[in-house]
Design a protein around this ligand. Structure first.
Ligand code: NAP
Length: 367
């Protein structure tokens, strides 16, 4: 079967590089279009990333090094490639002003090119689904309404959430699915430097240090889960309003892997610790049932050691797509405490985007 030709916008950045590395030898998708800023446009991909290749996921398909980088702002050029059958959809990993990204992504969709985005620009657009493939695959149901409202025939936009929330939203969803209401959550995140892109945080600011501030991150960590856990009803996504989250986000001198320390309060029914572990161990979702290539076999990995999960030891679990949880114990203020870990540039960015695209392909949205 011929592979589907895909593009990566922001292909030279931290997340873009992970896309290219993860898509090498992908069974369905093949990178044929790499775009970035005008600073990189016109260079070979190898030339554009020389001296700043940082993808922990490996190296791209050798043919990608020779691709000439396009200007991501040149939507018409991408549209022409799409009409020649050389570009079926794009992953967006752009870092620009939100208004600029919003307009650009809409431009690609209007050209008939579906956009699977990592950027935050469209996360709160009401008819754009914010997907974690294991949690809310049904939110893809809003795509037809999105196309209809905007007059797009083939194009559409889906986004994935902020990289900090993957480590606790899937465990919370598994508990909700099992019938346990979760009312309040306090989460402290310890976030890796790769989450800030390249070159990101200055070494003098973060070595031998912890920075207890990441601009905009606490709001995203508190609010995005409510849309993801929401219900698609009457052509609208209704936020899950029964839950309140308070987040403290910290930047720590770790290369990859965001750790979240969570305290949560259940509703009237409270599971035992053994029941919580059983729910997390048994949790499976649509990506596992469909056997999607990027899906981890075990979605949530329960660690029993007293000092796990740890970023360096656990971030690559399940193709760097699993959430590792541990330190599961009673909370002296709420009901339950645990630590959750996920790889921010794989599960939290490029890998999560690829899994979303696989889900869309399996559901027939990508032709
Ligand atoms: P990054 O390393 O700074 O890369 C940014 C990319 O955007 C580069 O390819 C850059 O091209 C391109 N770009 C910058 N200005 C542009 C312009 N004016 N026109 C066109 N392209 C432009 O950022 P990143 O960490 O990969 O993040 C990319 C996106 O993913 C962001 O929206 C971020 O919020 C989101 N995200 C990141 C993570 C993470 O863990 N890092 C996780 C989830 C989501 P040049 O190389 O040519 O400058």
């Amino acid at each position: 079967m011929a592979k589907i030709p895909v593009g990566v916008l922001g292909a030279t950045g931290m997340v873009g590089q992970q896309y290219l590395a993860l898509l090498a030898n992908h069974p369905w998708f093949e990178v044929r279009y790499a775009a970035a800023s005008p600073r990189s446009a016109g260079k070979s991909y190898a030339g554009a990333v020389a001296g700043r290749w940082n993808a922990s996921a490996g190296l791209p398909d050798p043919a990608v090094w020779d691709l000439i980088v396009e200007d991501a702002n040149d939507v018409a050029r991408a549209g022409a490639a799409a009409r020649r059958g050389e570009l079926a959809f794009v992953f967006s990993a752009l870092e620009m002003g939100k208004d600029e990204i919003r307009a650009l992504e809409e431009g690609y969709a209007a050209e008939g090119i579906p956009v699977v985005s990592n950027a935050s620009a469209h996360r709160w657009t009401p008819d754009v689904p914010m997907l974690i493939a294991e949690v809310n695959p049904d939110h893809t149901g809003i795509i037809e309404a999105q196309r209809g409202a905007r007059g797009w025939d083939r194009g559409f936009i889906v986004v994935k959430p902020n990289c900090s929330i993957q480590s606790y939203v899937t465990p919370l969803w598994a508990l909700l699915q099992a019938g346990y209401e979760v009312r309040r959550v306090i989460v402290s995140t310890l976030q890796a430097v790769s989450g800030a892109g390249y070159p990101g945080v200055a070494s003098l600011d973060v070595i031998d240090n912890v920075v207890p501030y990441i601009a905009g991150e606490e709001e995203k960590s508190e609010e995005e889960p409510l849309k993801i856990l929401g219900t698609l009803a009457g052509g609208k996504i209704e936020n899950y309003e029964a839950l309140r989250i308070s987040a403290h986000c910290n930047r720590v001198p770790v290369s990859d892997g965001h750790l979240a320390c969570v305290s949560l309060e259940f509703g009237a029914r409270k599971p035992s610790l053994d029941e919580v572990k059983r729910i997390w161990r048994d949790f499976r979702a649509l990506p596992q049932d469909l056997g999607l290539p990027m899906a981890p076999e075990q979605c949530i990995i329960v660690r029993e050691e007293p000092d796990r999960p740890q970023p360096r030891k656990d971030r690559d679990a399940g193709k760097a797509m699993a959430v590792s949880v541990g330190r599961i114990r009673p909370c002296t203020v709420f009901d339950l405490r645990f630590a959750g870990l996920s790889h921010n540039t794989v599960r939290g960015a490029a890998g999560g985007g690829i899994l979303n695209a696989e889900l869309l392909k399996a559901k027939g949205f990508l032709g």
